[in-house]
Design a protein around this ligand. Structure first.
Ligand SMILES: CC(C)(COP(=O)(O)OP(=O)(O)OC[C@H]1O[C@@H](n2cnc3c(N)ncnc32)[C@H](O)[C@@H]1OP(=O)(O)O)[C@@H](O)C(=O)NCCC(=O)NCCS
Length: 429
């Protein structure tokens, strides 16, 4: 078999797990107007969205149209003002907005016809008057006029469209209960809608310049810390900090990478940055089903002498002492606590898969073991290590000697292996 065939089979096997995982999930996609400027990339994107739809994802598209609106206003020689980075929409601008947004919408509808035209069941893209707006009002003495904000949303109508396998399209235009037309910021709208319909994911396309240097994953606390660093602030992250509460997972994707959407959804590490408020990795008690995954993780470390060899039988017997860190049903790390000694517990077999080191997973496992030790009212943790004593010293352990070990453990100490002994007193709460 050729390498390209092997690669194909390998990636199909890898992605099949994700196909199953995403089926039936609701996903809001924020498509900035820049994505709708050129036909070729737009067609590629619509094919990928059509593929997601055919794999059973329920999709809501929130389309922006800023560059198209800029062009239309310039063509009409109309200047516009902004306040706090938000455009003020005057009454005479409204027909131009409606026309520009209508054109973008029609372009999207056309391209979806093209991308799903070969299928038995072409994709149907629907939009409606589901978003109720209210005026943004007067801020710092500045009247935003027809720039609005989301007031409420008819989510049962949206859910009904999703249930009948239609793709929902939201535009920047929304209507008030008094029948007025408002221009809404679509990024804000996408975040609000993801919250209100309890979407599983919000995918946000952005220019690569705003994504450069971001880590693959951030939780809400890290997002806050990122915004407080002294380096130049990232306006996207600042906005997301206030907008993203209540959205489970936000994926930031590079709008110039034509593969970013599929890579993000169907590969383990994705292509962009994930901001999560649910737990991305799960730390949990290990079960007998995890024995295979743990052995796979620790075998290379046993072979290189970093960890002491454990047989499958021993691991099965001792599995109740283990915790694991899991992502997408794969064991990325493990650790064990042996609380078999008076007032002391042994930390053992702490390991993180080599591809995932340096993301503080080791620290999270250690913290979890310490919490367990606290609950068992242990006074100290000890461990034996041949390679990793510096890491433990940096995490509050003190270099000690075999005589300080509990007597039972001293008897088993292997002087030939000559492991370093480390002890950490546990603070009483
Ligand atoms: C030790 C280990 C669990 C840390 O996991 P991790 O998820 O990478 O840990 P963290 O992200 O919390 O910490 C990473 C930091 O520890 C440092 N580090 C990793 N191994 C180290 C070692 N042996 N000595 C000193 N520092 C070490 C890394 O360089 C990194 O430092 P940085 O802050 O400069 O980036 C992981 O390296 C591992 O599995 N090692 C092999 C198994 C092992 O030695 N287990 C301990 C025996 S019980």
């Amino acid at each position: 078999m050729q390498q390209s065939e092997l690669d194909f089979i390998q990636s199909l096997r890898q992605s099949s797990h994700y196909i199953e995982q995403h089926r039936g999930k609701t996903c809001v996609l924020y498509l900035p107007g820049e994505l709708m400027l050129e036909n070729e990339p737009l067609l590629g994107l619509s094919k990928d969205i059509t593929l997601l739809h055919s794999l059973g994802l329920k999709l809501v598209l929130a389309m922006g149209a800023s560059p198209q609106i800029d062009q239309a206003l310039q063509a009409h020689r109309l200047d516009w003002q902004t306040h706090r980075q938000c455009r003020i929409t005057s009454i005479e601008m409204l027909p131009i907005f409606q026309q520009a947004i209508g054109e973008v919408r029609s372009r999207l509808e056309a391209v979806f016809c093209q991308s799903s035209g070969q299928q038995n069941k072409p994709v149907s893209l629907v939009s409606g008057n589901w978003v109720i707006a209210q005026p943004k009002g007067v801020i710092d003495g500045v009247d935003y006029q027809h720039t609005g904000q989301l007031r409420k949303i008819n989510h049962s109508a949206i859910q009904a469209c999703l249930q009948t396998e239609q793709i929902v399209l939201l535009t920047p235009l929304a209507y008030s209960l008094t029948g007025e037309v408002f221009n809404l910021n679509t990024l804000e709208q996408a975040c609000e809608i993801a919250k209100l319909i309890h979407a599983d994911k919000l995918m946000i396309f952005q220019p690569s310049a705003l994504l450069d240097g971001l880590p693959p994953a951030l939780n809400q606390t890290q997002l806050q810390q990122f915004n407080h660093e002294p380096n130049p602030t990232n306006p996207l992250l600042e906005r997301l900090q206030s907008l993203s509460h209540g959205v489970k997972r936000i994926h930031l994707l590079d709008q110039s990478n034509p593969s970013s959407l599929l890579l993000e959804l169907f590969t383990r590490d994705g292509s962009g940055t994930l901001i999560f408020s649910d737990r991305y990795h799960l730390i949990r008690q290990a079960t007998i089903e995890d024995v295979g995954g743990i052995l796979e993780l620790i075998s290379p470390l046993e072979r290189s002498g970093v960890l002491v060899k454990r047989s499958r039988e021993r691991l099965e017997l001792e599995i109740h002492n283990f915790i694991v860190i899991e992502r997408d049903q794969r064991i990325l790390g493990c650790a064990a606590l042996y609380a078999d000694y008076p007032h002391a517990g042994e930390l053992a077999c702490l390991a993180v898969h080599s591809d995932y080191r340096g993301q503080e997973l080791g620290e999270q496992l250690l913290n979890e073991i310490e919490q367990r030790a606290h609950r068992l009212q242990l006074e100290k943790l000890f461990l034996l290590t041949t390679h990793t004593h510096h890491w433990f010293i940096e995490h509050g352990f003190v270099l000690s000697n075999p005589e300080q070990l509990p007597p039972q453990k001293q008897q088993m100490y292997n002087y030939q292996r000559n492991s370093k002994v480390l002890i950490k007193p546990l603070l009483r709460s």
